[in-house]
Ligand binder design. Sequence first.
Ligand SMILES: Nc1nc2c(c(=O)[nH]1)N=C([C@H](O)[C@H](O)COP(=O)(O)OP(=O)(O)OP(=O)(O)O)CN2
Ligand SMILES: [Zn+2]
Length: 145
Amino acid sequence: MYGLKTEASFDSAHFLADYYGKCENLHGHRWRVVAYLRADELGATGTQRDMVCDFGVFKREVRALAEELDHTFLVEEGTLAPATIEALTSEGFSLTMLPFRTTAENLARHFCERLRGRGMPCSQVDVYETPLNCATYVAEEPPAR
Ligand SMILES: Nc1nc2c(c(=O)[nH]1)N=C([C@H](O)[C@H](O)COP(=O)(O)OP(=O)(O)OP(=O)(O)O)CN2
Ligand SMILES: [Zn+2]
């Protein structure tokens, strides 16, 4: 079994709906995303011969996904009134509407699924909300190479 790991980070605001504590308020994090690829076999031919994946390709994919969220307000769908969304948008703020609660766990799954959707054999993603607090998502099935 072979593995690769790379990371990216992004700065975003969020709040947790249905949370009773300080995280129900709007606040921000520098989220750190560590993504892992796994493969039984290495590439056989061409530019990726004897690689799980070119590091250049891998890091660009992870950075591109982080860039989608960077300096936006991550909002779980259904947790802000339409008038609030309209007011923020009309002020020029960038909102990213997400179909899940914006926990580190769900963001880890989001990154893993998006990487797999782009053909990367992603096996795991760790998302750090703070330097000491990290959530992990492990893909159930090893992706086919
Ligand atoms: N399992 C999870 N727990 C929490 C998550 C999460 O994503 N998964 N998220 C939050 C909040 O986003 C919150 O911002 C983080 O809370 P907390 O750990 O309290 O934040 P700090 O480390 O900044 O707190 P200190 O007071 O500085 O220790 C909550 N829980
Ligand atoms: Zn938070």
